[in-house]
Ligand binder design. Structure first.
Ligand SMILES: [Zn+2]
Length: 210
């Protein structure tokens, strides 16, 4: 398969994943603007394909991959691409975990080029956009692609009490952070006591007025 076909196929899968996510979203405001997201990636894959050599050969070398869309913001979201090999045992298949994944971050580039003063008489004016699209303020599509490797995965060994010892040591060594913590705790206590008192007073008044 040529790199071009691989890229084409990947973009199609990404679009399908985004469409599927959009189907699950109820409000129009929350839905992904799919062409906005895909445009910069598509352009980069076409114009800077040499940067994607490793990405393409990884897509080629591994059996399969899945695409996970992480964030649920309108313009900014992150897509993780997990590649894997299928290992066939006697009567079941499993996925061999790899120590890397690709992360694609979608965002925008704020171009403060000037407040739009376009009018229908201007050249290239688009009625639906109310603008000519040349040199006016615009958030342009932006992407960042990373290959990220797993270094380690670890959860605290020990119970919660052991963790508290760590926490105490941390604050004992960092006086400034300790004072901030005490202050926050004090403010929180004051706020919740005030709320308790207000609620009790309201309840008392209600009872007295029966
Ligand atoms: Zn304009």
């Amino acid at each position: 398969m040529s790199d071009n076909t691989i890229v084409q196929k990947f973009i199609e899968q990404l679009v399908d994943a985004l469409k599927y996510k959009n189907e699950c979203k109820e409000s129009y405001d929350e839905k992904f603007n799919i062409p906005f997201l895909v445009s910069a990636l598509w352009q980069d894959l076409m114009n800077n394909c040499e940067c994607y050599n490793e990405f393409c050969s990884d897509l080629k070398d591994y059996d399969n991959h899945y695409i996970i869309i992480e964030d649920d913001n309108y313009l900014i979201c992150k897509v993780n691409v997990f590649l894997y090999n299928e290992i066939e045992n006697d009567d079941w298949k499993c996925e061999e975990e790899l120590n890397f994944l690709y992360e694609i971050v979608f965002g925008y580039d704020e171009r403060h080029w000037g407040y739009c003063k376009c009018s229908p008489r201007d050249k290239d004016y688009r009625k639906d956009k109310h603008c000519c699209g040349h040199g006016c303020d615009w958030d342009a599509p932006w992407i960042m692609v990373r290959k990220s490797f797993l270094i380690s995965e670890h959860s605290w060994s020990g119970d919660e009490h052991d963790y508290w010892d760590f926490e105490d040591k941390f604050y004992a060594n960092d006086n400034e952070e300790n004072e901030k913590k005490l202050l926050t705790e004090r403010e929180y206590k004051i706020k919740s006591l005030k709320e308790t008192i207000e609620n009790a007073q309201r309840e008392l008044k209600e009872l007295e007025n029966l």
